[in-house]
Design a protein around this ligand. Structure first.
Ligand code: ATP
Length: 275
């Protein structure tokens, strides 16, 4: 990948070119270019405040709800221009976000939450198939169908949030820190589910602070720091890079080592984005 000439937006998957985002006078992202090829899992790593959520908001058309806006650049998905599009238009192009903090409708039942995810679906058979897929992926949601979502555990709420997004039958899922605050066992289950969703054909853009988990899932990774991409490359190679190991994985952390095992690099092919 060439840093300074990422090429024209393609017609397969998501392309972000030279994106800049501000919240009023605060610039949160600048010069962001990245690709999420159709069928892949790509991750964006970064610490608190790096701009991960802002990136997803820009793609999903939800920046305006946070008093933010795109000030430069383009976002495209399968020939459609997403930059400047309303949230509903982005969803109708097949791109759906699962927000950070889960944000299920706590007073509604699990079933009602899932139905809310299918609002606007005209094809009832397709909606029924989507529901079937969600309940197969997350059997616990079938067991708890009549319970209020607010009574679910944190991990179950995350499953419901992902399930609700899948009800819209997305081509691409935008996941904002899906394992945040979850116990390691539950985080591993969510990771397995993301793998499964992807293997069923859904493209995934995953933003995460949990670098070990994210790098074990993704084929390609970008590292975001203070609103800019500072490093990118194949996930297996990033996982082996000294900088990522030191800053995001913690050298000598057995749990991370175990999660990363099997991610053997061929040869370094990382791209450094700034001098
Ligand atoms: N609604 C907002 N108004 C003003 N500034 C904001 C707003 N939302 C985010 N920011 C700022 O934009 C920058 C990026 O924030 P963002 O939430 O995208 O980071 P993040 O990487 O998702 O962090 P975290 O993991 O803590 O959520 C930060 O400096 C943050 O303070």
């Amino acid at each position: 990948m060439n840093v300074h000439d990422p090429g024209p937006p393609g017609d397969s998957g998501l392309t972000v070119r030279d994106l800049a985002v501000s919240y009023g006078p605060v610039t949160a992202l600048r010069g962001i270019s990245l690709d999420v090829p159709r069928g892949s899992v790509v991750t964006v790593l970064g610490g608190n405040g790096a701009g991960k959520s802002t990136l997803l908001r820009a793609i999903s058309g939800t920046l305006r709800f946070h008093r933010g806006g795109i000030t430069a650049g383009e976002i495209g998905f399968d020939r459609a221009r997403l930059s400047g599009a309303a949230t509903s238009a982005v969803v109708s192009h097949g791109v759906v976000q699962v927000p950070e903090g889960r944000k299920v409708f706590a007073r509604m039942t699990v079933e009602e939450n899932l139905r809310a995810g299918a609002l606007g679906a005209r094809d009832r058979r397709a909606a029924a198939e989507a529901r079937e897929r969600v309940l197969t992926l997350f059997p616990v949601l079938a067991e708890r169908a009549r319970q209020r979502a607010g009574l679910l555990s944190g991990g179950e709420q995350q499953m419901l949030a992902i399930g609700r997004a899948l009800m819209a039958r997305p081509k691409m899922l935008l996941l904002d820190e899906p394992t945040l605050g979850l116990a390691p066992m539950m985080a591993a289950r969510i990771a397995d589910t993301v793998r499964e969703i992807n293997s069923q054909g859904t493209t995934v853009l995953l933003v995460e602070q949990n670098a070990a988990m994210a790098l074990s899932l993704a084929s390609h990774a970008y590292v975001l720091e203070v609103g800019e991409i500072v490093l990118s490359g194949p996930a297996a190679e990033l996982a082996e890079s000294d900088e990522v190991r030191r800053r995001y994985l913690g050298i000598g952390d057995d749990r991370d080592e175990a999660l990363l095992s099997g991610a053997a690099p061929a040869r370094p092919a990382l791209t450094r984005w700034s001098a």
